[in-house]
Design a protein around this ligand. Structure first.
Ligand code: NAD
Length: 354
């Protein structure tokens, strides 16, 4: 029998889930006692931002449609100043992790409640983790003020997410759950969420590839993303997230694709050090082996498998290994320079995990 000895930290937050749940937006804004909401979105999702504003009528103060990757500090300051000027008493972030990240940066220094409407599977809406980029350096931190008070998960908003981004964003979510299962503070509750989250995404992804507008598949993917995001917000991550943070931050590689490529190799690296977690990841994947199952999931569904195909340069592999081992962090298997270099070289070439 498994030894039971753990800490479980629940995070407050209200979740409204289901196709068409955006219809409850006004009720949820009122529930936050908000009179004027500032709506945040990216330039690409301007129409979605405007549609959200239209639903709120006079309760919409403005649409700020300039959210971008990595949350530049100047942009966060500008959005915060606009919220103040318009007397906004709530910010609504509709979009992916970048837009939710902008909302978090506003909340960090203003206490404005955030209502998030995620349209990818990144999971940021479920975490108290923020990231802000200043003078080229991304600073991350944890602060409960940035955790959205309410999250509306409406799968109909995700049908426009391009298929490749849907697959890689889904595997990005799986990465949170996989590392959550072998986290140093893993606990029975988050482990249940993690296994179910992976299974939900695994059953959804082929359906989305076959028919991007399949609402059932989209619903299962978003449900999985919620569970995986909750795991990310509750327990510490390890090698995989550290590597992806290094690759994204230092070499500007795209977030979800990088996670997709690195994950199977990180799982192979930790295979022997976390056998119970690997068993559960493999079971959720319907595979004999967690690392191989993950690699096949990506490959079968047309996701990239090599870092060299998403903009990494050969000469940066060694540099990335050096950065990744520079600061120590917890991982089930000790982090060793040569083994990390080999892992990154495999990910660079796109070979199957060892
Ligand atoms: P993203 O938010 O950068 O979105 C990528 C692109 O897809 C954008 O142009 C966006 O407008 C577009 N898009 C999003 N949803 C769409 C939809 N339904 N239809 C059409 N286009 C759509 O990408 P992401 O992967 O969601 O987020 C990545 C960022 O989030 C990274 O910076 C990462 O560090 C951060 N993140 C933070 C946390 C956290 O806990 N703090 C967790 C996960 C990710």
């Amino acid at each position: 029998m498994q030894k039971l000895d753990f800490v479980y930290q629940a995070r407050a937050g209200r979740v409204i889930f289901g196709p068409g749940s955006l219809g409850h937006l006004e009720r949820e804004v009122l529930n936050l006692k908000s009179e004027r909401a500032l709506i945040l979105c990216s330039a690409e999702q301007k129409q979605t931002g405007e549609a959200v504003a239209a639903r709120l009528g006079s309760r919409a103060a403005a649409v700020f449609d300039r959210a971008v990757m990595h949350v530049p500090v100047e942009l966060a300051k500008e959005a915060r100043a606009l919220a103040r000027e318009l007397h906004a008493d709530c910010a609504i972030a509709v979009g992916g992790g970048s837009t939710v990240g902008l909302g978090k940066a506003i909340a960090l220094e203003s206490d404005l409640p955030i209502l998030a409407i995620p349209t990818t599977y990144a999971g940021s809406e479920m975490t108290p983790i923020f990231g802000i980029t200043e003078a080229g350096l991304k600073r991350t931190g944890v602060d409960l003020r940035v955790l959205p008070k309410t999250v509306i998960y409406d799968p109909t908003l995700t049908t426009s997410l391009p298929v490749e981004m849907s697959v890689t964003s889904g595997i990005n979510a799986i990465a949170h759950a996989a590392e959550g299962l072998y986290s140093k503070d893993a606990n029975p509750v988050t482990s249940l969420m993690a296994e179910e989250g992976i299974a939900a995404l695994v059953r959804a992804i082929p359906g989305i590839v076959a028919e991007p507008a399949d609402i059932e598949a989209r619903s299962h993917a978003l449900y999985g993303a919620w569970l995986c995001g909750t795991v990310l917000g509750s327990v510490g991550m390890a090698l995989h997230h550290k590597l992806c943070h290094t690759l994204g931050g230092s070499f500007n590689l795209p977030h979800a694709q990088t996670h997709t490529i690195v994950l199977s190799h990180a799982l192979a690296y930790n295979r022997d050090a976390a056998p119970e977690a690997m068993k559960r990841i493999a079971r959720a994947l319907g595979s004999e082996d967690a690392a191989v199952g993950l690699y096949q999931l990506a490959k079968k569904n047309g996701a990239p498998t090599a870092l060299k195909d998403i903009g990494m340069r050969a000469e940066d592999v060694e540099k990335a290994a050096d950065i990744a081992i520079a600061n120590s962090y917890w991982n089930p298997r000790p982090v060793e320079r040569e083994a990390i270099f080999a892992l990154l070289r495999d990910a660079y070439e796109g070979v199957a995990p060892r």
